[in-house]
Design a protein around this ligand. Structure first.
Ligand SMILES: Cc1cc2nc3c(=O)[nH]c(=O)nc-3n(C[C@H](O)[C@H](O)[C@H](O)COP(=O)(O)OP(=O)(O)OC[C@H]3O[C@@H](n4cnc5c(N)ncnc54)[C@H](O)[C@@H]3O)c2cc1C
Length: 306
């Protein structure tokens, strides 16, 4: 149930610009799945100092916090999110070149970082051009595609801890593995990322980006809302292939559907609810296990009030 603390809101309004705070805001407007009930408070920080200040108020009022980037790897439950959501996007997305490095604010979109790197004649971010996430979300997930993953390019991360302390983490402290980073357990919020790239010819970099974009457009259901690959890759298999071989393309629960174009994607075919998606995920897991003996685990992060 939504509970709005008016004095918390008043304090936030004193320190944030009006467009940095929304109250009782449906999360379906802020996720690529176009699914999700309301967050009590949706806050858009624009500086590291904003993050520290908001954390101080959250601690003072005992309000829980959820962090989001571009909302492209989450399923928000239908009851929404109690407490505050800190969303890193536009205002936190500045980028700059420093020699062979690019420094990007957590909210910078991967597409924009890839194009900026190409403009700078720096290679290494081509793989990320079609991943619809923010650089913060990509570090958190160690996102990857084709021949690349974030692990190969991260040099350093500037973060803020739940206690408000600044932290500077070198790449070898990030515990980067398949769709895993230390931020999944340490409670820190990623604010800025330093990417170490290598000089390359802009035309070669762009040709690689175009190739990845075409491959993605031909295989993935980009015309429908989704959160990308629904399941993690099980060792020795591909989730999409197992689901396809089980004959589940087009399977529906309500408006949630296994994509007919790529079985690894659950798509929102209309007005799907989170309950529809969760029901479909459970059914796919059950049938794939029955036929192949393989257990699938969601890659999509399921958040919000149960
Ligand atoms: C069509 C489509 C295609 C996709 N293709 C790929 C692909 O090829 N490869 C791939 O790896 N992924 C892919 N994805 C999934 C998704 O885009 C990535 O996981 C991306 O990195 C998520 O970034 P985000 O900013 O949207 O994160 P969100 O979905 O907003 O958040 C994901 C997680 O990261 C955390 N998080 C986000 N920002 C921060 C921060 N600043 N500090 C701390 N924690 C944070 C959140 O708390 C959450 O747990 C795809 C998704 C879609 C919809």
């Amino acid at each position: 149930m939504i509970v709005i603390n008016e004095s918390f809101v008043a304090e936030l309004r004193r320190v944030l610009r009006p467009e940095q705070l929304m109250v009782d805001e449906p999360m379906r407007a802020h996720t690529t799945f176009r699914i999700g009930g309301p967050a009590d408070y949706l806050i858009f920080p624009s500086t590291r100092e904003d993050v520290r200040m908001v954390f101080r108020l959250l601690r003072q009022y005992g309000i829980p916090v959820t962090v989001l980037g571009n909302g492209s790897n989450v399923l928000v439950r239908d009851k929404g999110i109690r407490g505050a959501v800190l969303k890193f996007n536009g205002p936190f997305s500045e980028m700059r070149q420093e020699a062979d490095c690019i420094v990007a604010g957590a909210g910078a979109l991967l597409k924009d970082v890839s194009h900026f790197a190409a403009d700078c004649g720096l290679s290494g971010m081509e793989f990320a051009v079609g991943i619809p996430g923010s650089i913060g979300g990509a570090v958190f997930m160690n996102a990857g595609a084709y021949d690349g993953e974030m692990k190969q390019v991260i040099s350093k991360v500037y973060a803020v801890g739940a206690d408000g302390a600044y932290a500077e983490l070198e790449a070898d402290a990030l515990d980067l593995g398949y769709r895993h980073s230390v931020f999944q357990t340490n409670g820190q919020v990623i604010c800025e990322v330093v990417l170490r790239l290598v000089p390359g010819k802009p035309e070669d970099i762009r040709a690689k980006m175009d190739d990845f974009t075409q491959r993605r457009e031909s295989k993935q259901p980009l015309e429908m809302p989704s959160a990308g690959s629904t399941f993690k890759r099980p060792t020795g298999h591909f989730a999409g292939t197992l689901i396809d071989q089980t004959g589940l393309k087009g399977l529906r629960v309500g408006d949630a559907m296994v994509s007919t174009k790529h079985a690894g994607f659950v798509v929102n075919a209309g007005n799907a609810t989170a309950a529809d998606v969760l029901g479909l995920i459970a059914e796919v897991q059950r049938r794939v296990h029955e036929v192949h003996g393989v257990k699938l685990y969601p890659e999509v992060r399921i958040i919000g009030e149960e």
